[in-house]
Design a protein around this ligand. Sequence first.
Ligand code: ATP
Length: 267
Amino acid sequence: IGDEAEEETSSSSLSYEDVGGVKPQLARIREMIELPLRYPELFDQLGIDAPKGVLIYGPPGCGKTLIARIIAHETEANFFSVSGPEIIHKFYGESEAHLRKIFEEAGRKGPSIIFIDEIDAIAPRRDQVVGEVEKRVVAQLLALMDGLNSRQNIIVIAATNLPNLLDPALRRPGRFDREICIPIPDRDGRLQILEIHTRGMPLADDVKMNHLADVTHGFVGADLEALCREAAMSVLREILPSINLSLASIPCEQLAKLHVGMADFLV
Ligand code: ATP
């Protein structure tokens, strides 16, 4: 498949503990994805087909991609990640062949998750599509989904911010027939996400996580991550003039003085 189809090994240390504010959604996703990937025999025994496709939708930056990666890691499935816009633009003229290759490769590898990010780019409503390529790619994706059988142990996860722009044929039974919304986090969700992203940080004594969660209404996971990173970066900028950069390493006593405060970012 080359470097573009981006098969990823699950070597990073991602776990369910790394995503916050999505407890109920995660429980459903685990039931729909982890169960069939880990225990396909349960579905055989019950005489039902395991889900083939799950659509995760919601605003940008709320953790759709993160959740797909975590599931792949936790289930130890092979993870194939493709981007909808890339399939259309980068592989123009070869888009369908590229999709076919990914499905074939996943079929050879055993339990696999194929993650299609921004699926709206390759599966818009066909009645509203002008381009021939888009029409052919949607048709190819439908055919590939229909061709998946439970023996192959492949689950396709698609993510989009715009679920209503998708071709309805894609959401029929046997295709992406399970849907999960990952919403903008509420206050408790924000608190969990802030705790995740400050886990390894030496926080200043006056940092009050509950207060930060209260005053970050509207922040999504990606915003909260950026907030924590920027707070840490600002500490670096502050202490930079006092560091002797000609030394091979920063002395321990100087490192021990580093504390991340957050208040300046939220006034
Ligand atoms: P897009 O629709 O733009 O692709 P997305 O919903 O897939 O966005 P991610 O790419 O998963 O969002 O999120 C970007 C980063 O923000 C993540 O790698 C993670 O660090 C952080 N993040 C987002 N949501 C959460 C969350 N619920 N818990 C913890 N971290 C989060």
